[in-house]
Design a protein around this ligand. Structure first.
Ligand code: CS2
Length: 479
């Protein structure tokens, strides 16, 4: 078996590739398991030149892994009736931005490119998670304000739009696929804020001509492991260093608002094209991502490796149901959707034992995730006098998690842009109430009025966790 050479001697797919119409920023597993699949289906149904150039904004690892198969990779759906493998040939090239930022700008500025898709994770937008405004003090934004060759995602968008403006080309559509509330509106605001600092005329042009549809994206896609690579090699008799593993389920809702209406035939691939995606987004962020984060912090602290392991523990299965009961009153169902059925489906998706989605992976970047996943629901439930105990246990468990030591006294590898600050705030506090007060003072996460309201109930949950353990605290939450 030789890397890059299929055992049966098939040709690579260079000859059959569609021309590039999309540049994707942030080429992780998720977009390759999700957007690439939908876009390939759209082209299979209706044609079009929607090949994709992927860009990694930081590490060369994905590019290096994909290179040996000439950017093709296997997408593996892990269902109850076994694995379904599909060879994906939609990527035309993969660039690593820090190696050659000018090459990235050049392809983004190419008028044949109509859409820039993004999955750069919450922190990649360099915004303040509590307010949604661009963080002008962020080192990457500071850099991008003065240098023509950017480092941040907003920087790439603005500099490439400037090149298109200067050349008299239409702008591209910016299609963000990150789990942020009203993500299109958010990224539009960030791009306009940065553009206004660089060139007010550019900002005016983007305001008039730019399009930033919001989207709701959903497919559970754990990070690929070495064991996955070995297993897929055995199944295919071919070494693929970059397969993607995902659940069978996928849902994509997109606002139909593209520059000159130019886009793949997404409907043909099953995408819901809608006028306003807010209801879908809120439902997904609060009911899926909110409970995912809650189960990640509590499950991790209770010693569970994956979400499926966590759900196999009856105490946590009951907790998950209690969380959905708590969250549902703060969600307006999209037309034709039953929230109860949505929650039931989530239960089954989480319990899928073939999906090894590590609690540690989901626990990353909590400071960037909590506001839209959990705090919005809490705020509304507090105002309406509804239950908040399940989500307060989740917030307290996150505080315990970011303090950096687990319930056995072992260090936790906390990955979060605010990790050091949060750990220092927690360190040396004499009791859980003080940890809660210290962490609630971080206004990038907790606006002051919300912090005041949360202090009492989160302290109560923290006291339970610190004295009896997270399992007991979770057990105390019943719907
Ligand atoms: C997860 C998401 O890692 C996380 O924070 O909650 O990646 C989640 O799996 C997806 O949003 C599902 O669509």
């Amino acid at each position: 078996m030789v890397a890059g050479l299929p055992a049966d001697g098939q040709k690579t797919h260079a000859q059959t590739r569609p021309a590039t119409g999309i540049v994707h920023l942030g080429l992780g597993a998720f977009f390759r398991a999700f957007g690439c699949v939908y876009i390939a289906d759209a082209m299979a149904a209706s044609g079009g030149d929607w090949g994709i150039v992927g860009v990694s904004l930081r590490s060369p690892a994905t590019r290096d892994a994909l290179r040996s198969r000439d950017w093709s990779y296997t997408s593996v759906s892990l269902g109850p009736d076994g694995d379904k493998l599909r060879d994906m040939t939609i990527l035309n090239d993969v660039l690593v931005a820090p190696e050659d930022p000018a090459a990235v700008l050049a392809v983004m500025a190419d008028p044949a490119v109509k859409i820039i898709t993004l999955t750069v994770t919450e922190k990649g937008y360099c915004h303040n998670p509590a307010t949604g405004a661009l963080n002008l003090d962020h080192p990457d934004i500071q850099h991008d304000l003065v240098h023509g060759l950017p480092v941040s995602a907003p920087g790439y968008l603005v500099r490439a739009l400037a090149m298109r403006h200067a050349a008299g080309h239409a702008p591209f559509t910016v299609l963000t696929c990150d789990n942020l509330p009203e993500n299109g509106k958010l990224v539009r605001g960030l791009v306009l804020q940065l553009a206004a600092q660089i060139d007010p005329a550019l900002a005016g042009w983007i305001t008039a001509e730019g399009r930033f549809p919001s989207t709701m994206v959903d497919r559970i896609t754990p990070a690929t492991t070495d064991a996955d690579i070995t297993r897929i090699a055995t199944l295919t008799d071919m070494i693929d260093a970059a397969p993607v593993m995902h659940e069978p389920f996928a849902q994509w809702a997109v606002e139909d608002n593209f520059v000159n209406g130019e886009r793949p035939d997404l409907e043909a691939a099953g995408v819901e094209m809608v006028r306003d995606v807010t209801a879908h987004e809120h439902m997904k962020l609060r009911m899926l991502n909110g409970t995912h984060s809650a189960l990640a912090y509590t499950g991790y602290l209770a010693g569970h490796q994956t979400i499926a392991d966590t759900m196999a523990d009856p105490v946590f299965a009951t907790y998950a149901r209690a969380l959905w009961a708590e969250i549902m009153p703060a969600v307006t169902a999209p037309e034709g959707v039953s929230l109860t059925a949505y929650a039931e489906a989530l239960f089954d998706r989480y319990a899928n034992p073939a999906i090894r989605h590590r609690t540690w992976q989901i626990a990353m970047d909590g400071s960037q995730k909590l506001p839209q996943r959990i705090l919005g629901t809490l705020r509304e439930n507090l105002i309406e006098g509804r239950r908040t105990d399940g989500l307060c246990v989740a917030v307290a468990a996150w505080m315990r998690y970011v303090s950096g030591t687990d319930e056995d006294g072992q260090p936790i590898d906390v990955r979060d842009p605010l990790a050091n600050r949060l750990r220092d705030l927690a360190a040396g506090q004499p009791n859980p109430a003080d940890v809660v007060t210290a962490i609630l003072s971080v206004e990038d996460i907790f606006p002051a009025d919300l912090a005041d309201q949360l202090r009492g109930p989160v302290t109560k949950a923290a006291e339970k966790i610190w004295s009896n353990g997270v399992r007991a605290a979770v057990q105390g939450v019943t719907s």
